[in-house]
Design a protein around this ligand. Structure first.
Ligand code: F6R
Length: 369
């Protein structure tokens, strides 16, 4: 049932191109527009929404953090992202014009369920992004957009995460489409790029051997840091979470712009630091700032592991290890940048002799608060 792979996690990482393609299937029409019939919230209500609030836990929360960048950019609707476990305990401001998006692979996470119940009590509409048909969270929501990742067995979430991202992009683009923002042309172009992204994920998977080798060489380390900016920041958080849960290593993700505000004090000789570099096209200011961050940490002895777009030559002099990813529009980069981090964590776990599919102390679905 592991399809020739040693672990479900490896199988599920390999299935990501198909999972991503399946989540897009039937949702883009012949004219390149989105048809999200499942989102049964009437268009006139979607036009009235004045706030989006995303609630989720763990990896799904990281998908939500990335969704915020996409939703605010393409729709100009303010978007908050909150850990489901914190949400209802802080008396959040919600009303009938708020759209709450609950993201959950299992559809059974108790904290996320309680958050959506709280939102519905305030009269807000709830849209679930979920991978498990007929589970509790979609049953209790106003609408559901299913991710079609297929069953995810390994405790550490991989293909569900990528499909959650795709679903979030679809919602963001759809809201932009029905509300008619000034980004109309960009929205059409991104829908086109999304329809090719499965092939880009495939290309990343084909180049992972050096990442596995690198991971094995770091098996005796205690700490790995992850840095990113913009949508690369949640990718850094996800890379760190994967490493904690699988390799049982101390791993932390930081926004690269925060380095000088504390984390740079952690840098010491030979400390592995993974840096997710934004595209040098598009938001090139951020790219240049991150290149100087890499210089700064390397000057202090860090071993830099740099994830950068093909053709980005500026990073080469400062990268002790360079992991190439295909060029994508900035907002879509997490779909390709996360994959090497999943492979990295999985290989480190194996090298350290850990149980990859069933890490200690963790359960696949957390049905208690
Ligand atoms: C991490 C992981 C967890 C889940 C979290 C939410 O790899 O699997 O952090 O993402 O428990 O679970 P769902 O998505 O089922 O609500």
């Amino acid at each position: 049932e592991k399809g020739g792979y040693d672990y479900f996690m490896l199988k599920e990482i390999a299935e990501q191109p198909k999972a991503v393609a399946d989540t897009l299937l039937g949702r883009i029409d012949a004219s390149g527009l989105l048809t999200l019939d499942e989102v049964r919230i009437p268009v006139h209500e979607l036009r009235e929404i004045d706030k989006v609030v995303i609630v989720a836990c763990g990896t799904a929360f990281h998908a939500g953090l990335i969704a915020k960048y996409a939703i605010e950019h393409w729709t100009r609707i303010p978007c908050e992202v909150e850990l489901a476990s914190e949400f209802r305990y802080r008396d959040p401001i919600l009303d009938t014009r708020s759209l709450v998006i609950a993201i959950s692979q299992s559809g059974e996470t108790m904290d996320t369920l309680m958050a959506l119940r709280h939102a519905r009590e305030q009269g807000s509409k709830v849209l679930a992004i979920c991978n498990t048909n007929g589970s509790t969270i979609p049953r209790e929501s106003d609408a559901v957009l299913y991710t079609h990742a297929g069953p995810e067995v390994a405790v550490a979430s991989t293909k569900a995460f990528l499909t959650q991202l795709v679903a979030c992009y679809l919602v963001a683009l759809y809201l932009g489409q029905v509300r008619g923002t000034k980004w109309g042309d960009e929205i059409l172009a991104v829908i086109r790029d999304l329809s090719h992204i499965s092939g880009e994920v495939e290309r990343v998977l084909e180049t992972m051997e050096p990442v596995r080798e690198l991971a094995r060489s770091l098996a005796d380390k205690n700490t790995v840091l992850f840095l990113g900016r913009h949508v690369g920041y949640p990718v850094a958080l996800e890379g760190a979470l994967k490493l904690k849960e699988l390799a049982y290593m101390h791993a932390e993700g930081f926004a690269a712009g925060e380095l000088k505000h504390g984390p740079i004090a952690l840098i010491e000789e030979d400390l592995p630091v993974v840096v997710v570099v934004p595209s040098p096209r598009g938001r090139s200011v951020l790219h240049d700032k991150i290149v100087s961050n890499i210089q700064e940490i390397r000057a202090r002895g860090a071993r830099t592991i740099v994830i950068a777009e093909e053709g980005d030559e500026a990073v080469v002099p400062y990268a002790d290890h360079l992991i190439r990813i295909p060029a994508t529009p900035t907002l879509l980069q997490p779909l390709v940048a996360t994959v090497p981090l999943q492979v990295f964590a999985c290989e480190l776990a194996t090298a350290r002799g850990n149980e990859v599919d069933q890490p200690r102390n963790l359960a696949k679905s957390v049905t208690v608060e």
